[in-house]
Design a protein around this ligand. Structure first.
Ligand SMILES: [Zn+2]
Length: 168
């Protein structure tokens, strides 16, 4: 029998999903809690508001033993929407000739796109599992562009277009 706990809201983030959506090992809950709190602090600048995250239960692989979690929304917006917004900004940048204007669009998107920012925080501040011969277990809509597993197959990428999967 695997011991599972549910991840609770932290000082700087709030779990919007029902407790049963995010049952995981204490090790994963602890690591996610640490990284989400860091993310929330960066986003809110400690102004008292908490940023919301929404989990959904997973079925396959690491999920079977509670070693994985799937995050579907941040700030009340789904990752498919955040990614669509991100792609639209990149396409806009490609059309703009003025370098300063291009830089401004990119900086705005990097600041305001909470989906991308959460992915980068999970990537830069989290310690996730990497089974021998397998990529680091952090998959989401940005994995091909941002890594770590830039050679992610189309099928796996498509399976993670609307959520971020982490395992520990
Ligand atoms: Zn998953």
């Amino acid at each position: 029998m695997v011991h599972r706990v549910t991840i609770c809201s932290g000082r700087n983030f709030r779990v919007d999903s029902p407790p049963g959506h995010a049952l995981m090992t204490p090790e994963l809950a602890h690591e996610l809690h640490r990284v989400l709190d860091r993310f929330g602090r960066d986003i809110t600048n400690g102004c008292g508001n908490k940023v919301g995250v929404f989990f959904k239960p997973g079925i396959f692989g690491h999920h079977k033993v509670g070693r994985a979690a799937d995050i579907y929304a941040v700030g009340g917006v789904g990752f498919d929407i955040w990614k669509r917004r991100w792609d639209a900004a990149q396409q806009k940048v490609a059309r703009v000739k003025n370098a300063f204007e291009r830089q401004t669009i990119l900086e705005n998107e990097r600041r305001n796109n909470l989906g991308w920012r959460l992915y980068k925080t999970l990537q830069n501040c989290g310690r996730w599992s990497q089974p021998h011969g397998f990529p680091i277990q952090l998959f989401g809509p940005w994995t091909r562009e941002e890594g770590a597993w830039k050679l992610i197959s189309y099928i796996v990428l498509k399976a993670h277009r609307d959520h971020i999967h982490v395992a520990k």
